[in-house]
Design a binder for this molecule. Structure first.
Ligand code: C5P
Length: 285
């Protein structure tokens, strides 16, 4: 038996635009996605000689074929036409779920990356990302990582200049958002404010964190904020502590803020912890 290790990094959407509904029921998006340091350590035992098993430290996470990490392993072995002789997947869940941080997709991508590495990189990065796309819309980005302009369902990817170093505060309200329900909802609202993706790309190229912060924008933010005042509350706390920007990520419900220094980040964190149990600091990776 051999054990593989990989870190599954969370993502944030610096921008997120919904361009329209497609014939296949999905939506065309345009989003600058960013990997951040918050991660789930993922371990994989290969050749256990036992039925497939998954162990996770959180009870609300399904530990069977419904889990994206399990699906990723199954998809990989089907693709390369191999039998690993039994596997056990162990995940320590640090990334909140129902959060818009791509937690399940990150775990799936980590499984794909480590299996491909173990089997001599038999799939090209493009093939691995495409295989990820069969598991979930965010998996191709999570396979690639970094700072990426994502289009289509998320599978059309182009690297853009990396995000300047900064301190990111994240806070998860108690509620979670159903991604399919939110996509259905956005079909019936007029999107008043679209992100400036070209402007974001130029801001990233300039390396100026203030310019990047000014262009952070997610079309789902006002839709979720309308039903959940916690989103505005978290932003108000962060902004009062000097945040350069604060915004919901993906389909929510995590709100992230770009903080100017550690002192203000810790001040905002202490205030948010009085109300919310899941508050964390991270940085772009
Ligand atoms: O691909 P994934 O399983 O993450 O998508 C979850 C749901 O979100 C889809 O079933 C669909 O309702 C919605 N979705 C969408 N357009 C996308 C991504 C997701 O409509 N580009």
């Amino acid at each position: 038996m051999i054990t593989l290790h990989e870190k599954a990094y969370a993502k944030l959407n610096l921008t997120l635009d919904v361009l329209g509904k497609r014939a296949d029921g999905f939506h065309d998006l345009k989003s600058v996605m960013q990997t951040v340091s918050l991660h789930d350590p993922v371990e994989l035992d290969l050749g256990t000689g036992e039925p497939w098993k998954m162990i996770c430290d959180r009870e609300d996470i399904p530990c069977d074929a419904r889990n994206l990490a399990w699906k990723a392993a199954a998809a990989f072995f089907a693709y390369v036409d191999r039998d690993p002789g039994g596997i056990t997947i162990r995940i320590q869940k640090n990334i909140p779920s129902g959060a818009g941080m791509g937690g399940g997709s990150a775990d799936a991508a980590a499984v794909l990356r480590m299996l491909n590495r173990h089997y001599g990189n038999s799939l090209t990065p493009e093939e691995l990302a495409a295989l990820g796309g069969t598991i979930g819309s965010d998996v191709p980005f999570c396979v690639l990582g970094g700072t990426v302009m994502c289009e289509g369902r998320g599978e059309i990817m182009r690297r853009v200049p990396e995000m300047p170093k900064c301190i990111i505060l994240g806070c998860k309200p108690e509620f979670s958002v159903s991604t399919p329900v939110l996509f259905r909802k956005i079909d019936s609202v007029d999107i008043c404010h679209h992100p400036d993706n070209d402007g974001m790309e130029k801001a990233l190229a300039s390396g100026d964190l203030n310019m990047v912060a000014e262009r952070i924008c997610n079309v789902f933010d006002p839709v979720v904020s309308a039903d959940h005042p916690e989103i505005s509350h978290i932003k108000t706390v962060c902004n009062a502590c000097g945040a350069l920007a604060s915004q919901m990520t993906g389909s929510g419900s995590v709100v992230f803020a770009i903080m100017p220094d550690m002192e203000s980040a810790e001040k905002a964190m202490a205030q948010l912890k009085e109300t919310y149990s899941r508050v964390f600091l991270a940085e772009p990776v």
